[in-house]
Design a protein around this ligand. Structure first.
Ligand SMILES: *Cc1c(COP(=O)(O)O)cnc(C)c1O
Length: 358
């Protein structure tokens, strides 16, 4: 296993080695205590329900989020797809944001694997969908229309600057969905970033959702893994769907052990990532080349509009100077703070950014 202290990540043949990697919080490696827990995990065959470590993890998460049951899955994409396929039948429609990860990055899985159609609504800059439009988009329950079985929200919102949805907003969308017989799923890959930013327990943020998923492999620094929570009957069905997608695993305690450590040790520290993201945004806002409002940085994702566009050219220059960032589109780049990035790295990143636009 590579030690995290070895903070060097190759970015591809055209680049030198990256010194400060802000491409994503997924670049984080397991912490030393995760590595110890992984090495010493009690294991069994989860196909037979025998892996005590993953059983413990699933119980711990269900308890933490106030849901009846939880299911460990290999990735966030599989968590969302499994949830959608569990809620929906072929020919159903789901309401998702046009900037949502589910729509934008998950390869149309709901359609290609489940025969489910996406009804896209525009995401506002703060990651919300307009409640009136959501209400109007849920199909009336008549034989003339497909069934709208699910509304999906994203919290924090990846493509909307890591924006956090308020509890009042989430509950209002849940009410609208439930009044019309639709379920609410929350893609909360970065649930604990939302919780820490708002100062509200994660449990409260997902109380009105029928299903929720979050990732261990992002800011919580685990190598692999996401989890779905919901009612016992939902999770029972989801287990079959996950397994049918090839997501059943065997001695999965090897990775579940890291996830347990993440829950105990990696949640509170997310506040540091938020402070670093804000520091980065404040530094950038001093330059006329970068268009950014630091007040809008609520979590660990910083999206910057480039006055002169040409995101790819800037990314190449940054990489040559040792800073990893990622592209949102031609005019926007993204930087994400995470475990292993310190305030002095932010100062260095600002210097590199400043030098790269000259
Ligand atoms: C990363 C991410 C996912 C998917 O997770 P993977 O493990 O990369 O498949 C889903 N939703 C959001 C909001 C994400 O940021």
């Amino acid at each position: 296993m590579t030690s995290y202290a070895d903070r060097i990540w190759p970015l591809g043949a055209q680049h030198k080695l990256i010194e400060i990697d802000l491409r994503s919080d997924t670049v984080t490696h397991p912490t030393p205590s995760m590595q110890r827990a992984m090495a010493n995990a009690e294991l069994g065959d989860d196909g037979w329900g025998d892996d005590q470590t993953v059983n413990n993890l699933q119980e711990k998460v269900a308890d933490l989020l106030g849901k009846e049951s939880a299911l460990f899955v290999p990735s966030g994409t599989m968590a969302n797809l499994t949830s959608i396929l569990t809620h929906c039948q072929r020919g159903d429609e789901i309401i998702v944001g046009d900037q949502s990860h589910i729509y934008y990055y998950e390869y149309g899985g709901a359609s290609s694997f489940g025969g489910v159609a996406y009804r896209l609504l525009p995401n506002a800059e703060d990651g919300t969908l307009d409640p009136i439009t959501v209400k109007a988009s849920i199909r009336p329950d008549t034989p003339r229309f497909p069934r709208t079985s699910l509304v999906c929200l994203e919290n924090t919102h990846n493509r909307c600057n890591g924006a956090v949805l308020s509890i009042e907003y989430i509950n209002s969308i849940a009410n609208i969905a439930h009044e019309s017989g639709a379920a609410l799923h929350i893609d909360s890959a970065r649930l604990f970033n939302a919780s820490i930013s708002l100062g509200i327990p994660a449990k409260d943020l997902v109380a009105s959702a029928d299903s929720v998923m979050f990732c261990f492999s992002k800011g919580l620094s685990c190598p692999i893994g996401s989890i779905i929570c919901g009612s016992s009957s939902f999770i029972e069905k989801a287990r079959i769907v996950r397994n049918s997608l090839g997501g059943g695993m065997r001695q999965v305690g090897v990775i579940a052990a890291a996830a347990i450590v993440a829950l105990d040790e990696m949640i509170e520290r997310l506040a540091e990532d938020h402070a670093n993201a804000r520091r980065l945004a404040e530094g950038l806002s001093l330059s006329p080349e970068f268009i950014i409002d630091p007040a809008r940085i609520e979590t660990n994702i910083v999206i910057i509009k480039l006055r002169d566009g040409n995101a790819q050219e800037l990314l190449n220059t940054l990489a040559q100077n040792g800073l990893g960032a990622s592209k949102v589109d031609e005019e926007h780049i993204r930087m994400v703070t995470h475990y292993g990035i310190y305030s002095q790295d932010i100062d260095r990143a600002l210097k590199i950014l400043d030098a790269s636009i000259k």
